[in-house]
Design a protein around this ligand. Structure first.
Ligand SMILES: Cc1cc2nc3c(=O)[nH]c(=O)nc-3n(C[C@H](O)[C@H](O)[C@H](O)COP(=O)(O)OP(=O)(O)OC[C@H]3O[C@@H](n4cnc5c(N)ncnc54)[C@H](O)[C@@H]3O)c2cc1C
Ligand code: SF4
Length: 521
């Protein structure tokens, strides 16, 4: 008998949903998560805190952000119980219905996901920023939309954040934890309400963000699921009645290897993580029949950021939830490209980090390019108040390829097919900034180096109709590998062009419902 009915690898938007639903269905579930458990007492704050995850040396560095640098593309992800929800900007938005008309298996249409989107929204307690609490950035974005003739395309977005109707920025000590209202959420976890500290991406000091560890994963544990942090899964191998899972536990100063077994293994280690585990398992000869589409069709989701100085306005990027609203141009209204523009914020410590980074000597020419592009942001704290980080996502060409280079994951990313889209985003940012008296600084990393950074990696184990056009089917089942599933951003077969976590969670709800139905049969 295997050790567990189901082993779920990773605890982000795919893994949290899956473990919750499978535990509720009576399955013996184990969640293996590479990162640690984070809480208000141990979020990184000081320069020497554990900020980084080092994929080559996780014993030495198993911190908050996993930052991978590939040629012309860097990827940033979270590491910990709750996955990307720990570091994300809380934006919880449905993909556009037309997204599913091409590129997805026929079973996945907007109508298939609609009830799952609704359930994800309920579980994450989403809502927009209350009208009386809208930060200056939201107003700037709305004004830019109106000035550009896109007023009807502006909308506030749902956030997975607990707000109190009583908070106002003119309260005494408005931005202090004392103004946060403690409450116990429906999963029995103590939370607070948002006091606009602006630290969303580095952990909320008052626990106002409805991260996955506080809802889906809390429910999974209540129903008997076990979560083991600091367990790095390397590969899987099929055996009679299921799979062996090869895992390294980060145990003090060493990695301790284990082998665990389960009837079903669900990979939810994210676009990079799940693809890497399948690639490595195939390299070991364990999954010879996995589709040769593995690793292909990777997308950066067209992410792009343009900082702009708005000298005559108090933008205050370090106050309020990190993102609050969007201008929806996904129908191709601007230069025929699908674009979703958002306001952006930065934690205050972000500035301290930029300063530290700039003050260190760097031999790497790419690091020097980055430094050149951020130097203007560091004039002084008052100037920083006038900076608007204009964000956007777009529908890029989704033609990257993940592969193994020896033991390590590599990404082949040729920008050629996506360049017109990214240029359109940069041009739209400039227009919106100019229309609101801003001075945009298109990053030199793009203009000189065509280097991009994405927090939204998608694909690698793409959904398809057969092993000829995909790695998994619409149920997340890996073609030709019974009992092996992928449920996370790795299965999304194209750029969504907007924040992807709600779609990943809705797909995981769909996969979990199908798995539970199949187990019942
Ligand atoms: C700074 C930032 C802001 C963002 N803001 C938003 C936003 O506002 N809205 C939005 O929709 N999206 C946002 N995103 C993107 C969002 O976080 C991701 O799209 C989402 O988390 C992906 O879900 P996932 O389940 O595919 O993977 P993840 O959530 O990344 O979960 C994968 C999990 O697997 C673990 N793991 C990886 N490899 C292994 C291994 N070998 N063994 C064991 N465990 C492993 C990881 O530690 C992680 O916990 C943001 C991302 C970043 C970085
Ligand atoms: S703005 Fe601050 S208080 Fe509000 S959710 Fe983000 S980190 Fe928490």
């Amino acid at each position: 008998m295997p050790d567990f009915d189901v082993i779920v690898v990773g605890s982000g938007f795919g893994g949290a949903v899956l473990s919750c639903r499978l535990a509720a269905a009576g399955q013996r579930v184990l969640v293996l998560e590479r990162g640690r458990r984070w809480h208000t007492g141990n979020f990184p704050r000081a320069p020497d805190d554990p900020w980084l995850w080092d994929v080559r040396n996780p014993v030495a560095r198993h911190g908050w952000f996993d930052f991978r640098v590939f040629p012309n593309m860097s990827v940033v992800q979270g590491a910990g119980v709750g996955g990307g929800s720990l570091v994300y900007a809380n934006i919880t938005v449905d993909a556009k219905p037309d997204t599913f008309e091409r590129g997805f298996p026929p079973e996945i249409r907007f109508g298939t996901l609609a009830p799952h989107y609704a359930e994800v929204g309920r579980m994450l307690g989403v809502r927009p920023v209350p009208a009386e609490q809208i930060p200056p950035r939201t107003r700037l974005l709305r004004e830019a939309a109106q000035n550009a003739g896109y007023g009807h395309r502006f909308r506030q977005l749902d956030l997975a954040v607990s707000f109190s109707e009583h908070w106002r920025d003119d309260l005494p000590d408005a931005y202090s934890a004392a103004q946060s209202r403690p409450h116990v959420n429906e999963f029995g976890v103590q939370q607070g309400t948002c006091v606009h500290l602006g630290n969303c991406d580095i952990g909320c000091d008052v626990n106002a963000r409805n991260t996955l560890d506080l809802n889906y994963l809390a429910a999974a544990q209540r129903d008997g699921a076990e979560i083991r942090p600091l367990h790095v899964v390397r590969r899987v191998h099929p055996v009679a009645g299921g799979y062996e899972v090869y895992v390294d536990e980060i145990a003090g100063a060493a990695l301790r290897p284990h082998v665990l077994t389960a009837a079903i293994v669900a990979l939810s280690a994210g676009s990079l993580g799940s693809t890497e585990i399948l690639l490595r398992s195939r390299a070991y000869g364990s999954l010879p029949n996995v589709s040769d589409r593995l690793g292909r069709g990777w997308s950066s989701n067209g992410d792009f950021l343009t900082p702009a100085f708005h000298f005559f306005r108090d933008v205050r990027p370090t106050r309020g939830p990190t993102i609050t609203a969007a201008i929806d141009l996904l129908d191709g209204e601007f230069q025929g490209k699908g674009i979703f523009v958002e306001d952006g914020g930065l934690p205050d410590v972000g500035r301290a980090f930029l300063e530290r980074f700039v003050n260190q000597p760097h031999d790497d020419p790419r690091a020097m390019e980055v430094i050149a592009s951020i130097l203007p942001l560091l004039g002084n704290a008052n100037v920083f108040r006038n900076v608007m980080p204009w964000f956007a996502q777009a529908r890029d060409a989704a033609d990257g390829q993940l592969r193994l280079d020896g033991q390590h994951l590599a990404l082949d990313w040729d920008v050629t097919a996506s360049q017109p889209t990214i240029d359109a985003v940069a041009s739209l940012h400039r227009r919106l900034a100019f229309l609101t008296q801003g001075v945009p600084l298109t990053p030199v990393t793009w203009t000189a180096g065509h280097d991009l950074v994405t927090p939204h990696p998608l694909g690698g184990c793409n959904m398809g109709t057969s092993a000829q056009d995909g790695v998994v089917n619409h149920k997340g089942a890996v073609f030709n590998c019974p009992g092996l599933y992928v449920a996370d951003g790795a299965i999304v077969p194209k750029a969504l062009g907007l924040n992807p976590s709600k779609t990943i969670a809705a797909l995981a709800e769909h996969i979990a419902a199908e798995m539970v139905a199949d187990l019942g049969r």
